[in-house]
Design a protein around this ligand. Sequence first.
Ligand SMILES: NC(=O)c1ccc[n+]([C@@H]2O[C@H](COP(=O)([O-])OP(=O)(O)OC[C@H]3O[C@@H](n4cnc5c(N)ncnc54)[C@H](O)[C@@H]3O)[C@@H](O)[C@H]2O)c1
Length: 336
Amino acid sequence: MTVLVTGGAGYIGSHTVVALSEAGRRVVVLDDLSNSSERAVDAVRALVGADVAFVRGDAADVNLVSQAIVEHDVDEVVHFAAFKSVSESVERPLAYFANNMGSLIGVVEAMAGTGIGRLVFSSSCTVYGEPDEVPVTEASPTGAANPYGWTKLHGEQFLAQVAAASELDVMLLRYFNPVGAHPSGTIGEDPNGIPENLVPYLMQVATGQLDRLRVFGDDYETPDGTAIRDYLHVVDLAEGHVAALDALASHPGCTAVNLGTGRGYSVLEVVTAAEAVLGRPIPHEVVGRRPGDVARIWAGTERAEHVLGWTATRDLAEMLADHWRWQEANPDGFGD
Ligand SMILES: NC(=O)c1ccc[n+]([C@@H]2O[C@H](COP(=O)([O-])OP(=O)(O)OC[C@H]3O[C@@H](n4cnc5c(N)ncnc54)[C@H](O)[C@@H]3O)[C@@H](O)[C@H]2O)c1
């Protein structure tokens, strides 16, 4: 089997390419490097000891994607390519809709034109908006609070409708909060500018690149007042994609599946766990809530267990230790 991985030079994509290669699949990465480095692809090649083909370009370019599918005899696609910053999406909604919908439509059109029909799509727990009840299951109400979230929700709806009218079979994977890095410390998250997410921010405080962590709000209705998220190890998440491709054969149509651990940690619990793993205090201060942040969310995991035969196995300490190994060795990420 040969898999086309759009956005495969990015954080989750690069880890998924490793997992796919280890599972015996050939991989072709297509990425425009708008938020990543070709060095990530080199690092992946070094890790898996196999050739990973790389096509530089835009996933919205139907001709380019079709050519990659035909030339490399691709059977199935994992589509990561998208912009992912919530705050940037509020400032640049047009760019977000154009890129996230454009690349998805480009990929689906190229698949239809070349006659391949198995697709895994990167969705997000952001499609649950502010949930009334936790854990959220795939049947929970959906909504979006920002343009980024809408691109995911519209992407899901678009795929459900194309799947209903054609031979396309899709897994919509709703990720919770990926953190961590490959245990080798040679690939990991390489955020542009000041990180928006807790763990990359905290790690840059630990290296001294940032002076203190800002905790956004301690007046939520949670036990310690800080927001609760379901953090999962990026290697568990990567393995979930292999399981999703395997499950497509027996699950035609369009299926949404949560990928999370089923347990939430508050910001302060993560800080305490990081201090224990790193063996040093992480300077932090509480500031006001950040607009658009939900108080608490974690995943219902039954469908992932049932449909994919997948559960996350790595705990928070392992996530933080692996993230730190990467961050300490590569404080400037891939360096370009
Ligand atoms: N990281 C998270 O917390 C998270 C959570 C939920 C969902 N997601 C989704 O998972 C996917 C991967 O996220 P990530 O954290 O690895 O982000 P990332 O930015 O590291 O990876 C995305 C990759 O896609 C590439 N790309 C963007 N637009 C492209 C285009 N038009 N054509 C070709 N390549 C393009 C970028 O260069 C980058 O390498 C995204 O779709 C994101 O929305 C991420």
